[in-house]
Design a protein around this ligand. Structure first.
Ligand code: T3D
Length: 278
């Protein structure tokens, strides 16, 4: 068994705590539940480097915190629209000084996905709005997904000449099945929360107005369960279903590197930024 799947044991926290590790990630904790809220609402919580590193740091800190359940959500009308394409394009422009796409993935999203799976406590994606690109990938890597009835989901990668990354090429077919997963990956169709539920991509759909309450109630049920049983159950599911996750994320990053060299990719990003995307 991978050592990374063995985490420290803690007790549920009682008093509410609030923190801002970054202006782009709000952290609160109460009743044994840590809530991490992406906070770039004007960009639908697209991930720039600061938000990516803030999330990684928060998840790393969560491993030794008293929180027994972690909730990821977004402020505003988006869960997350994935990689910030403006920052991405700027970093890769001549003089932008960026590393390769594969190196970026290994330093950021892949570590986040591994951290979500390695945490010895449940991680819930509270999907308050649109989830796209790696924003959706991170939700799929969580243990549970609870979606507002007005949330929508789209892979989006194929529109900009990329492949699903952040583990989506693994978790998408795992949850939705090979055929439907591949269809969503290739077409980038934007689906409703109800359709996502039908496909098994989300655990439950609730009225948007009740999303926070419903997530809190579900999280409280988990907090009340024996901690070690949940930790070992998660470890068992990881070992049974995604035992080669780290190796697969690495391979996925190499495929994304290949995709990122195409003219179609450059055109796709340009079209989005110039608001010509369909
Ligand atoms: O090395 C690496 O990091 C590679 C990794 C890549 C991982 C990825 O995630 S690639 C995929 C990136 N994401 C996308 O391609 C999705 C792009 N966004 C969209 O397709 C649409 O915005 C949505 C379907 C998510 C939502 O559409 P809609 O009509 O509800 O909202 P909107 O008007 O398009 O967006 C609202 C604002 O957010 C808008 O800004 P503005 O014009 O009001 O100033 C829009 O530009 C901005 N926004 C949305 N998504 C992104 C974004 N800005 C930067 N990057 C985004 N991904």
């Amino acid at each position: 068994m991978d050592d990374a799947f063995r985490g420290p044991r803690g007790r549920a926290g009682g008093r509410a705590k609030h923190g801002r590790m970054s202006d782009l990630l709000n952290q609160t904790e109460s009743g044994g539940v840590m809530r991490l809220a992406f906070d770039r609402p004007e960009k639908l919580n697209a991930f720039n480097d600061e938000m990516t590193q803030a999330l990684l740091a928060a998840l790393e800190a969560a491993a030794t915190s008293q929180a027994r359940v972690i909730v990821l959500t977004g402020n505003g009308r988006g869960f997350s629209a994935g990689q910030d394409l403006a920052e991405f394009a700027a970093a890769r422009a001549p003089g932008g000084g960026t590393r390769s796409v594969a190196a970026r993935l290994r330093a950021g999203y892949n570590r986040i996905v591994l951290r979500i799976r390695e945490l010895d406590r449940p991680v819930i994606a509270q999907m308050n709005g649109v989830a796209a690109g790696v924003g959706l990938a991170l939700a799929l890597a969580c243990d549970f997904r609870i979606a507002a009835d007005d949330a929508t989901l789209t892979l989006g990668f194929s529109k900009i000449g990329l492949i699903p990354d952040g583990g989506a090429s693994l978790f998408l077919p795992l949850l939705a099945g090979f055929g439907r997963g591949l269809e969503l990956a290739m077409t980038s169709e934007r689906i409703s929360a109800a359709e996502a539920y039908r496909l098994g991509l989300v655990n439950r759909v609730v009225a948007a107005a009740d999303l926070g309450r419903e997530t809190d109630a579900f999280a409280a049920r988990l907090v009340a369960m024996p901690r070690s049983a949940l930790a070992l159950t998660k470890r068992a599911f990881n070992a049974a279903i995604v035992p080669q996750l780290a190796a697969w994320l690495d391979a996925e990053a190499d495929l994304q590197e290949l995709a990122s060299h195409s003219e179609e990719h450059r055109d796709g990003v340009r079209a989005f930024l110039e608001k010509r995307a369909g």
